[in-house]
Design a protein around this ligand. Structure first.
Ligand SMILES: [Zn+2]
Length: 270
């Protein structure tokens, strides 16, 4: 499932590949995956639009249009946004295609069809429920401390709550907690101040390292050029059941927390 580093990598690829292009037409093969405001036709609205920017908010990929509208794409479990040259085949499960005037195109593929590309009007507060960006200046140690204050929620469940910190999913929650040597089920309010500072540092560090390696491809994730990421080779706990902890040698365990698989070291995470 694409999380912040994967979507950031996709957005940077889109910024390189499609900014400045003009959408000739949208080909919508599965209508539920291309959503427009009431009374607006997605296809009519985007035809003729020029792409002015690409970015990311939380786990959403953003494509800015010259009219001030934007396309907000949620990739959910298996979504992909991949740029294709003329004659290049579509990825399997391509349900929405933006055809550009230079004959290249952007395909939105999702074999499980949970992903959505939404046309959002200028000024529409579509992201009002999303919390702070963990790589922004707003994610200070103080902000993180007050976020955890008096919360009885297990710390890992809190890290996954997009209303608090936007963009962290299962992979990077597991990795950051291992790096900070914190047991995933600890109630947030039970963490000491030094532990919270370690975790704050670990969240930023693991996200930055994963972006440098262009994301984690443990499943379907590919970037905007159709290429896999590299961070799956640098994972410390995620998906490593029974393998030795790289810090202490204890076999990694998997438990379930908040209905999500959780990988951690029983010896060095307390
Ligand atoms: Zn360990």
């Amino acid at each position: 499932m694409p999380e912040l580093p994967e979507v950031e990598t996709i957005a940077r690829g889109l910024a390189r590949a499609i900014v400045g292009k003009t959408i000739r037409r949208a080909e919508i093969r599965l209508p539920k995956m291309a959503i427009a405001p009431p009374g607006v036709s997605f296809g009519d609205a985007v035809a003729g639009e020029r792409i002015t920017g690409a970015g990311r908010r939380g786990k959403y990929a953003l494509i800015e249009l010259a009219s001030g509208r934007r396309l907000v794409t949620s990739l959910r479990m298996t979504g992909r946004l991949v740029v294709a040259a003329p004659g290049e085949p579509d990825f399997p499960g391509t349900h929405v295609v933006l055809h550009f005037s230079d004959r290249t195109r952007l395909g939105f593929a999702d074999v499980r069809t949970f992903g959505r590309m939404r046309l959002v009007e200028q000024g529409e507060p579509w992201d009002a429920a999303l919390g702070v960006e963990p790589l922004s200046s707003g994610f200070t140690q103080e902000a993180f401390l007050s976020m955890l204050h008096r919360r009885t929620t297990p710390i890992k469940v809190l890290l996954l709550d997009q209303r608090r910190v936007a963009g962290i999913g299962n992979i990077y929650a597991c990795e950051a907690l291992w790096e900070a040597r914190i047991k995933p089920s600890r109630p947030a309010q039970a963490l000491s101040k030094p532990a919270i500072r370690r975790l704050h540092h670990a969240v930023v560090d693991v996200l930055n390292r994963a972006i440098e390696m262009r994301g984690t491809s443990v499943d379907d994730y590919v970037d905007a050029d159709g290429l896999r990421g590299g961070f799956q080779n640098a994972l410390s706990v995620y998906g490593r059941l029974g393998e030795p902890c790289t810090r202490c040698g204890t076999p990694i365990v998997r438990t379930v927390l908040g209905q999500r698989g959780t990988w951690w070291c029983k010896n060095c995470q307390r």
